[in-house]
Design a protein. Structure first.
Length: 236
């Protein structure tokens, strides 16, 4: 009834004053943007509840007369995106933008697929782990790639080449690197290898190691082994 509405509004104003007092000396509050990711069918089945749940840590912002800015925060272990929200006092939008840009500069991540010596347990994996890299998932390329053994490299590496025909699916790992460290990682990649776009078997795309085709001339094709680790094991 109307009386309940006014009592609730009085309570809201009391809480807003308490929150305003707690804000002294605080630049911003950092919270997860949402507690989970819903499938489309889950939202359609119960839109009111699912949307309310998505705002678990942010529903209070408008009620408390605050402002907020959502920013990306990398990728979860299952490959889905994750984000955080910066919350500030009323009219502090510009300050949040400054913090958000700093966050993206330092905390954002870039995913990169590796197929050879950078795989877990192999000699160049340290170039990922020492830069804060984390393994996101293992997977395979789409079935239109060829793999060659570049055993004249130090250490030996494979060369992955996109092939319109006669290719196969190649085992890989997707790693996530802090954006601030990604440039120096790429700068250390020696020719004939480089970074390009790799098609994965689930239809997604990610940046990853590719080889210039000229470097595979005369090299042994090892596509049938299905990956670099399988090729190494076959030689033992």
């Amino acid at each position: 009834d109307a009386a309940s509405v006014f009592r609730a509004e009085d309570r809201r104003r009391d809480l807003a004053r308490v929150i305003a007092g707690l804000w002294t000396g605080c630049d911003a509050l950092l919270v997860p943007t949402a507690p989970r990711v819903y499938r489309i069918d889950e939202v359609l089945a119960d839109p009111l509840v699912t949307n309310s749940n998505l705002g678990t840590w942010t529903n209070f912002v408008n009620l408390a007369d605050l402002c907020a800015l959502a920013v990306p925060a990398g990728t979860r272990a299952d490959g889905l995106p994750f984000g955080v929200t910066l919350i500030g006092g009323a009219w502090e939008d510009e300050a949040l933008v400054v913090l958000g840009r700093e966050w993206e500069r330092n905390a954002a991540e870039v995913q990169v697929a590796v197929v050879g010596a950078h795989l877990s347990g192999l000699p160049l994996n340290r170039l990922l782990t020492t830069r804060g890299g984390r393994l996101v998932r293992s997977g395979q390329t789409a079935p239109h790639y060829k793999l060659f053994a570049l055993e004249d490299q130090t250490p030996p590496k494979p060369g992955l080449v996109k092939a319109p025909e006669g290719g196969g699916s190649i085992a890989l790992e997707v790693w996530s690197l802090p954006r601030a460290r990604y440039g120096e990682f790429v700068a250390e990649i020696p020719p004939p290898l480089g970074i390009g776009t790799i098609d994965l078997d689930d239809g997604s795309r990610v940046q990853g190691f590719l080889c210039e085709p000229w470097a595979t001339v005369g090299k042994r094709k090892i596509t049938s082994f299905g990956g670099w680790k399988a090729w190494i094991s076959s030689k033992r």
